[in-house]
Design a binder for this molecule. Structure first.
Ligand SMILES: Nc1ncnc2c1ncn2[C@@H]1O[C@H](COP(=O)(O)OP(=O)(O)O)[C@@H](O)[C@H]1O
Ligand SMILES: [Mg+2]
Length: 397
């Protein structure tokens, strides 16, 4: 029997160790610049956007480490050390669905309070959370977003002044999964009004640093405020194959496994630019291999296991959620295509309908994140594993 080993891959959690964070150098550079600007009173509110599973939370978390003074990632990329030494106070909140605006602001203040007590020596200021809760319990008509903004900025001001007195660079509020919020709660307006007010009142070293799924974030907002007008967009894209291979090489090296070069190619192709399947397949290939050398046969076994066991339930749910009838036919056709990118003509031929009779279905599949538009008339699966799943189990008839 093979010796038990600590899995060097982590498909289920963002990257915490800066040394295991691959690629994204230019984005890290942009983030360092945003912090640099902010520490020099030029507040640079930002949002990391990208597809689901592309690595937003990982990059956001690495940013929070950098902001608080951990230079490991900056050093790894050889950025000059004196330019990347930050000393911000940071607070982190995750949004949840059906959250109200008051609840989000409360969560920020709560988190701020406890992080200040924990990380700032001799902190003895109390944030008036009770006063805020009182305000948020008032009748709807008595608490406009403006009231919330005023109260929020007042609390931030108190904290800010004390932080600056204590020699901090400023304050960064990290907000992950902002796309989970319902746009109608007024999140875009809140961000717009509070950032403007903070700037007017001289709180120039406080920023929001957020992350969210691209499409959803674009939709958040009203005529007067849109998140992408208030926050600078830092879009992140799919990884190229070399970067995905670096994730694999790193993990294999950690456990002393050797591999055929082909294995790296196949794993990278299997992942379609997404880091999550890379971690999944990396983890499984180490599990299925019966020696310390990984070959193509191991890859095939691992791929099968990921699709038929590890991710079977979630893929099945995803496929069901895509809709019935023509939706399933389109996906079936796409799964039969040899190449990752599928032309409209190919789909038409397979399903036997002219394009105008299923273009709405295509748009809905794109809208629901099942497929994406690569180019005009060319589509691909968002999750490459779904394609493998369909090849194994077929679609839902
Ligand atoms: N730069 C990276 N290097 C290595 N692995 C990464 C990187 N970015 C993301 N991952 C991995 O990919 C998976 C999805 O990342 P995550 O940050 O949770 O994505 P998102 O927040 O966009 O859904 C996680 O397993 C994470 O560890
Ligand atoms: Mg995330």
């Amino acid at each position: 029997m093979k010796k038990r080993f600590v899995d060097p891959f982590f498909p289920n959690r963002p990257v915490d160790d800066p040394n295991r964070f691959e690629g994204r150098k230019t984005k890290v550079d942009e983030i360092i610049d945003a912090f640099f600007q902010t520490s020099n009173s030029n507040p640079s509110h930002s949002i990391i956007t990208g597809e689901r599973g592309i690595g937003k939370s990982s990059l956001l978390f690495q940013s929070s480490l950098l902001a608080a003074g951990n230079q490991a990632l900056a050093n790894k990329f050889n950025f000059p050390s004196e330019e990347t030494k930050f000393n911000f106070h940071t607070a982190w909140v995750d949004c949840v669905s059906e959250q109200s605006l008051e609840n989000l602001i409360e969560a920020i203040l709560d988190e701020l309070q406890s992080s200040l007590k924990k990380h700032v020596k001799g902190w003895n200021l109390e944030i008036d959370i009770a006063g805020f809760v009182k305000l948020s319990k008032k009748e709807e008509k008595e608490k406009s977003i403006l009231n919330l903004v005023n109260q929020f900025v007042k609390e931030i001001e108190t904290v800010y002044k004390e932080l600056i007195k204590k020699g901090k660079d400023g304050l960064i509020i990290f907000i992950d999964e902002i796309d989970r919020l319902d746009p109608s709660i007024g999140i875009a307006t809140f961000l717009k009004l509070s950032t403007e007010k903070m700037s007017r009142e001289g709180l120039k070293k406080v920023i929001f640093f957020c992350a969210g799924i691209k499409g959803a974030v674009q939709k958040m907002g009203t005529e007067h405020a849109s998140i992408l007008r208030t926050l600078k967009d830092i879009p992140i894209n799919r990884f190229d194959d070399e970067e995905l291979k670096d994730i694999l090489k790193d993990g294999f090296m950690k456990v002393g496994a050797t591999y055929d070069a082909k294995v790296l190619d196949k794993c990278a192709a299997f992942s379609s630019g997404f880091p999550e399947p890379t971690h999944l397949i990396g983890s499984e290939i180490l599990t299925v291999s019966d020696d310390d050398h990984l070959d193509e046969e191991d890859f095939e076994k691992a791929k099968k296991k990921v699709v038929t066991e590890v991710r079977k339930n979630s893929l099945e749910t995803k496929l069901k959620g895509a809709g019935s009838g023509k939706y399933q036919l389109i996906l079936e056709a796409m799964a039969q295509c040899e190449s990752e990118n599928v032309q409209n003509d190919f789909i038409s031929k397979k399903i036997g309908y002219p394009q105008n009779e299923y273009s709405t279905n295509l748009s809905n599949l794109v809208e629901n994140d099942i497929i994406y538009k690569v180019n005009r008339g060319i589509y691909a699966f968002v999750d490459p594993l779904l394609k493998e799943y369909i090849k194994n189990f077929g679609v839902i008839k």
